[in-house]
Design a protein around this ligand. Structure first.
Ligand SMILES: [Zn+2]
Length: 583
């Protein structure tokens, strides 16, 4: 029996620390991690670059863990120092392999075989990419694009140098490929979940979002939830876990949020990287407590669900716009699978599907709701786009200081802090704007409706800087959320995400931002006979209670609508669980 009902907590141990590990030190470190986190499984790494760990050493450490009822698997990292003088000219990022070079190919095969002799399960850390542009690689590429060349190259390496040889040594071995947190660049560097899902037994997902603004990547916290969801679909349900680390996490909440959002997606495993980084590190000390509270919440949930954001394999463009929307309470989950019904968000990335317009039109003909971003409109073929909307981007930017809800005769909010949007024009009374943004005598649409067959198309004018979504007043965002929600439920509050499950439960999480303070949140339920139960709130862990709901009637999209609303106070860095029942 593990420490938690809903997931295993595992820790990855790199070869450089295992090489010189003595059992006394290991015991001390184990006690710390067991006390503050709760350890169910470890991944022991025999190889990384210039570090090889002797087989006897690995076996000794594996026994230490097995004696304490900790599961043991293996890991390897595909980096390598120069193997000969001729390698000096190769500009390999982080010492990743040149997979066209015969010596390096032989070396990586040896590494895989070595691990297969030791373990029945081996995970590859996310250095399994290639940026090599050496003479050998340029020659091998020939006339192909780098994307096509690296796709073929890594398929060959996976089949013939990693998985094939490992299975020859150990036919029962399960090989896992861990994908990095930078999905938008996978295809550029040879990472191909569409190909590799059929070669490896399982996949794994990096959820290291760290301090979004202050690290080399630019990953909104919501990615810790959304990328594993995408990977689940991309691997046809073979995502085994999530993985994050302690690096570049300021303040402490930036570390913990990676764990919370990883857990909300209900992975089988949550891996912490890496062993010695965790020891006597204050970042991890609240993790066991918080995991146990999340575990209790997850006991009551079903399968994670949300509005599909269609992000095909090997696509890029408007990267992470779906995550920025997720940070502001749009319950999105990115997927490689275009849905059959309901709602879907399409972004610039969706245009990598050459049949996207055929799919959108069929979806709307059947009554579906489509949400599109300005990036999609900007890059869509004009004749195709004109079939479904009159809107177009003028190319100018508009600094918005006034919001106007067109359904509210007094729905104006003036002199708010400026946000830059794309200026969008459309044929009035052919398309209908539900929310306008303006300044001076001018305004543009921020949320525009078109109709097609039985369906609808909404253009969501995401700010030029998608992070500025957090600057749009909640009152104005509601005009978007009234349509752009999952299951008729949305919440008015800044920087609050909502995570839905298929049994009517949902979790609210108030992100820790520069303005960390409690916020009053309004939960809206678009059903007149709904009940709202609070299952979990901090400091009252067993205090299940009913939230009082008030009926609110208003005009929206030229019709009268009624919602039930309830008020709650949310503290930053805390999570809350609710259940809606509709009669
Ligand atoms: Zn090369």
């Amino acid at each position: 029996m593990g420490h938690f009902n809903n997931f295993k907590v595992t820790v990855y141990c790199v070869s450089s620390i295992l090489q010189n590990m003595d059992l006394e030190t290991l015991e001390k470190q184990y006690e710390f991690i067991e006390k503050y986190v709760g350890l169910d499984k470890v991944y022991l790494e025999p190889y990384r670059g210039s570090h090889w760990v002797e087989k006897d050493k690995i076996r000794e450490i594996a026994k230490f863990f097995k004696d304490r009822n900790v599961e043991v698997s293996g890991g390897l990292t595909t980096v390598v120092p120069d193997l000969s003088d001729e390698d000096k000219d190769k500009q390999r990022l982080f010492d990743t392999f040149c997979y066209t070079n015969p010596k390096m190919r032989e070396h990586v095969k040896k590494v895989s075989e070595y691990c297969a002799e030791l373990f029945d399960e081996v995970i590859l850390d996310d250095f399994y990419f290639t940026n090599c542009t050496c003479e050998e690689c340029i020659k091998a590429k020939g006339d192909r694009s780098w994307v096509d060349f690296r796709k073929d190259l890594m398929k060959d390496v996976s089949e013939n140098l990693i998985v094939g040889p490992a299975k020859k040594i150990n036919p029962n071995i399960r090989m896992i490929i861990k994908y990095p947190n930078w999905r938008e660049s996978y295809h550029a560097t040879g990472y191909r979940p569409d190909v590799e899902k059929d070669i490896f037994d399982k996949v794994y997902t990096g959820t290291e979002t760290r301090a979004s603004a202050y690290q080399d990547q630019h990953l909104p916290t919501y990615l810790s939830y959304s990328l594993p969801r995408w990977m689940d679909d991309a691997s046809e349900g073979r995502n085994q876990g999530t993985w994050f680390d302690t690096y570049q996490c300021w303040p402490i909440d930036d570390y913990l949020e990676q764990g919370y959002l990883s857990a909300f997606g209900k992975p089988e495993e949550i891996t912490l990287f890496q062993w010695t980084d965790l020891y006597e590190n204050k970042l991890v000390t609240p993790l066991g407590l918080q995991f146990s509270r999340i575990d209790k919440m997850l006991d009551k949930t079903g399968k994670p669900v949300g509005i599909p954001a269609y992000i095909p394999y090997a696509s890029q463009g408007e990267n992470h716009v779906e995550d920025f929307l997720g940070m502001q309470g749009i319950a999105l989950y990115p997927t490689t699978v275009f849905p059959g019904e309901g709602s879907v968000l399409v972004t610039e990335s969706s245009l990598y599907d050459k049949d996207i317009f055929g799919k959108l039109k069929a979806f709307m003909m059947a009554g579906g709701k489509v949400f599109v971003t300005p990036g999609f409109v900007a890059k869509a073929p004009e004749d195709e786009w004109r079939e479904i909307s009159s809107a177009y981007l003028t190319g100018r930017k508009l600094s918005v200081t006034r919001y106007y809800k067109t359904d509210d005769p007094a729905g104006y909010l003036e002199d708010v802090s400026p946000v830059s949007f794309a200026d969008i024009q459309h044929s009035n009374n052919l398309s209908w704007s539900l929310l306008n943004g303006g300044a001076g005598e001018y305004h543009s649409t921020l949320f525009l409706k078109d109709t097609y067959g039985k369906g609808k198309l909404f253009l969501v004018n995401v700010p030029e800087n998608p992070s500025d979504l957090s600057k749009i007043p909640g009152w104005a965002m509601d005009a978007v959320k009234q349509e752009f929600n999952y299951d008729g439920i949305y919440v008015t509050a800044p920087d609050v995400s909502i995570f839905h499950y298929d049994n009517g439960t949902f979790i609210l999480y108030a992100h820790v931002t520069d303005h960390a303070h409690p916020v009053r949140a309004t939960i809206h339920i678009q059903s007149e006979n709904a009940k709202l139960l609070q299952y979990f709130a901090p400091w009252t862990p067993s205090g299940e209670k009913e939230i009082e709901l008030t009926a609110k009637s208003m005009r929206y999209d030229l019709k009268r609508v009624t919602e039930m609303t309830g008020e709650v106070i949310l503290n930053p860095g805390e999570f809350y669980e609710f259940k809606v029942t509709k009669e």
